[in-house]
Design a protein around this ligand. Sequence first.
Ligand SMILES: *[C@@H]1O[C@H](CO)[C@@H](O)[C@H](O)[C@H]1NC(C)=O
Ligand SMILES: *[C@@H]1O[C@H](CO)[C@@H](O)[C@H](O)[C@H]1NC(C)=O
Length: 357
Amino acid sequence: MVVVFARLSWLVLWTITVTFVSSFNQYSPFQQCPVSAECNKNITQASSPEGTICSPRYSHPYPADITCTYDFYANPGERVQIKFTHFNLYKSKIYSEVNGDCKLEDSVSIFIYEDYDEATAMFCGDTLPLQFMSANNWMRVRFVSNPSPGKGQASGFEFQYKFRKDFGITTGLQSFGDRNRPLCHFTYNSKMQKVGNFTSPNYPGVYPSVTNCQYVFRGERGERVTITMDNFDVGLRSETNVCGGQNDHVTFTCYSHEGPDKGFQPICGVMQSLLTKRVSDGEYFRVLMTSNDNYEHTGFLGRYEFGKGYNVFAPTTPSPETLSGRESSSPRGPSLDVISATLLGLLVCFYMNTAMS
Ligand SMILES: *[C@@H]1O[C@H](CO)[C@@H](O)[C@H](O)[C@H]1NC(C)=O
Ligand SMILES: *[C@@H]1O[C@H](CO)[C@@H](O)[C@H](O)[C@H]1NC(C)=O
């Protein structure tokens, strides 16, 4: 497995998504760190399900030449989530925000595999990192302060941690597997709520790698499900502009059984809300998000709506395959919304390809 270490992308993401950082509300209010905070710590879910960790001597400047390691052990199937509430590390004279290389700086690194000693993410400087989630039930956070003299006024860091069953997805009804193991599987019933939202795991932080999530929508007879996604940023588009395969992507299906619904093309990359809009054929709809090995993208904030009458504008003749969000195997054909959204998609892709070449 290749863990892509993308400092530059992180930097770019920070600037784009820093506006969402203030919307984390599931955490308890600011908790002061104990003055005698230990530098090395094993934190297990059973003994300490949530808490706050700070740099040594916080919020006074931390000492030079020190390494602190915090290991988090969650129950099987659960995840570790951390959210920085303060981040201010000493920057050396050679540090540049532009290349953002943390290797020679005081830094906080995150490791997500116990048997793989390479950081998945590394933070330095004084930009507040995005909320982060483990890919499994273990995570290590390591703080390194170099022996450089004159640490000055760098006040260190403070972060809150939480062990999470729900993958940071706070709406819908979660499903559980064998031995009550939490699954990234959430159901939304029209009977309970006609309009609502759902998010990628750990939203609005970067979504974790190797995590597949399913969102199932169950309407009442005669209803259709309309899905739109805001702030959509899932994986990269390949050179051929094809989403799917090994790259992170989102798919839609009107079937409850396994296997792809060939009607809907997978989507990926950064997309405008309108272009993500999809309408189900019937009362059942399912959205799948697949992530592989990057920690670079922030996922999406999805909106769903159960309703009748989306079929009014459906064309009577099958539309050309290239123009439909859903290929024309369905006798009902795609709704006008889907066609126009896809048309717009083609225009935007065309424009982007032209602009980039
Ligand atoms: C944490 O646990 C590991 C393995 O069980 C152990 O080697 C290490 O000393 C522990 N660290 C602390 C600070 O207790
Ligand atoms: C999502 O839905 C929940 C529950 O309905 C609501 O509390 C929350 O404010 C919504 N979030 C957004 C970003 O719309």
